[in-house]
Each structure stands twice: as C-alpha cells, then as structure tokens.
Design a protein around this ligand. Sequence first.
Ligand code: ZN
Length: 425
Amino acid sequence: MSTGKYFSKTFDFNKFWSDFNSAACGMWDEIAIKLLGGTAREAAQHPNKVVDCPFPAAHGESKGIKKMRVKASFAGDGMYFCSCGHKSVLDMAVESGQFRTKFDAAVEVINAFKLNVKLPATKMKPKGLTKEEEAEREAARQAKIREREKAEAESHVKWHGFIKNLWERDLHKGLTRPAELYLKRRSLPVELIANPAAEDVRFGVSQFRGETLKQRMPLMGTLLRCQKTLKPVAVQRTFFTESGVRLKHAFGEMNDKMCTKILGSVWPVCTVVRKLLDHDTVHVGEGFETIAAVGGCIADGAVVSTMNDDGLAQYTVPSIWEDRVNTICLWADHDLESQAGYHAALKAAMRLQTEGYKVVVLYPNYGTESVDWQAIVQKEGLLNLPMELRKKALLKFASITIFEPLAINREEDDHDKQDHFSIAV
Ligand SMILES: [Zn+2]
C-alpha cells in the first residue's frame, strides 16, 4: 500500500495522528493482536509477561531472549518495552516489515476497527457508522478504559501485598549458606552485599516457577526502588541451588532471575547496594552484580544498580541526596556489538552535567577482550587484595571520560572540596 495518494496540501497530519491516537486509546491490545504476530502478539495478550524480542539483531549476547514486555496500561498506550528500545504497536508493525510506514499501518487499523478518523482519500474511508453505533462504540470504549483502571488498581493492591510478603516473610538479612556459596562463585563482595546496613539485599527461599522447575529454591532478593523517591516498587529474585550454582547453569533454565511486577509501572528504578552516608559520590551501574563487584573495590560513596541500560540512561539522583551528591561515576557495561551500555552512560552523563553534577564515565578496557567489570574483578582477583589497593587496581582497566558540571546554580562549598574520586593519571 502506498501512502503517496494520501498526500494533500490540505490534509492536516497533526490532527490525523491526534484523532487516531484518541480513537485507538483503550484498544491497543486488540489492535496489536490483529496487526502483529509472534512474541509481540503474545506480549499483548499477557501484560507484564516477559517474552523474546522479535528483533534479536538489535541485542547483544542476550539475543533479546525474555527482554520484551508490555505493561498493564498497554490497552491505553500501546507501548512495548525492551532493552533494545521502547516501541509502539505501529513501530512494531513497520519494523517487522508488514507495513511501509506507520501511516499505512494506521489506515489498516482505522479500516479494520472502523475508527472514526478522517482519512485524506475518500476511497479509504471506513464505512460510515450510524450515530447510534458510534455512541455505542464510544460507550463501550469508555467502559473498557474504566474496567482497565479498576483492574489495575486492584492488581496494584494485590501486588503490593505480594511484594511486602515476599520481602518481609520469605527474605531476611542474614546471609544463608547457599547465598554465601553463590556470592563466592560469582566473585561478589560478601562484605558489601551481606552488610547488615545494606537495606536492599535479602536472602532466603522462595517459589521458583521455571520451564522445568517448580519448587522452593534458595535466592537473593534485591529491592527495586523508584530512582527519584526511593520508594520500594518491586523485588528482583536471583535463584541458585543449595550449592550456590546459578539455576541456568544447574538446570538449563532460561531464567535464573525473576522480577515481580513493578508497582504503578514506575520507571526508572534502582537498587541501593550501599547508601550515600557522608560521601558525595554515587557509583552507578546497569546491573546489580556489575556494580556490586565495583562497589567491593571502592570503599566510599553510594553504590546503585539501575536494572538495565535504559535505567542507566535515565539515571536520576534521589531527591534526598540531591544536596549532597557532587560526583556521579557511571560504570558502563562492555557490550561490544551494540555498545548499548556505553551509549546509555553517555546519554546520562550529558544530561546530569547540565544538572550540575560532575560525571565520570568508566568503560572497561581489558585489551581486546570483551569483558564486564564483574569479570575483571573476578579474573584479576581484586577482592583478594587489601581494600586500599583494590580501587587503583580496578582503575587500571578503565577508559575514563569526565563531564564537568555545566550548571552554575548548584552551590559550591566555601572550603576546598575534597575530590573523592581522585583518578591517578
Ligand atoms: Zn528488543
């Protein structure tokens, strides 16, 4: 279908899209199911379920396996969330090659669902509905939106209870034996992660419902919080065996991590592995294990994980830390193919410097090898060094870019500020 014939000097495309979006609001689940196939369709049928991304080439090593989902609000906004990017139903229809343009896809939707949206070519106009039919359809649409909102509010309450129970009843602060073995196998700093002062990490036993396993398994739970308010919104669970082997290695499960639904679909989220205390530097990385490995080598400053590269790109200093933070260190992942981790860090850095922060982007440089920070800490045995030597040893493997603060409205202390992140050059 060509769009050429629609172009007319008098046709108002802005109005078209605005009318189209309001007509389609509340129906995106049905539209996606009609227009799309495969995992995109599956995701639309099951909000909050993670599915394989239909575009594996847009991903690195993960190939997009279990990276995409839609939220409970999908019928209203029609958005797909994936670590390769956020896409609308129409974007998906175009990207999968079924339509040449989003406009073509929209015309198909208008005709298929007889939406009351003015098209430029009379030929393509949907069969007119009577006034009564139109009113009936509108009432049905409104009822559906209300039903969604009600269901969402109910599920919010239910999930709030589920997360609270999981966190307070199934998980505890004390390090369990399987968790200790797990942390050691992964070369993760036990003293940082199992620190009694660490509020966002707990251990215990909980239900794992995988492809083959359906039983209670040892796990480490990390609390996910709203980045801005630090309000808890979800729990991420990492499962392992009694002997501390990741489930995926022990049983070939696709997943060894499971995240509860995020309350209120809040985004971006973070886990505070170490609080800011009386320091002025925040160390941020996109994955819990990556940044925990880094935090194990650096004695000072807050340590924060952002869940994924999009959470890193959108990194926001919590309101209660704003007055105390001066420097933000972004420890980028080493995604050789997509460079997603590095790009996410640069995106965050350019924004944060305009907010008045000094931003340090650190990218792993391990010769020609594509390795992440956690692997460097592991391969170099950095956690076996005395604490005071670890930071210097880690920085030997960092390519560093510094973004000086651009805003001048943040107050400077009168006395000389100590540079807590002194980089020996
Ligand atoms: Zn994707």
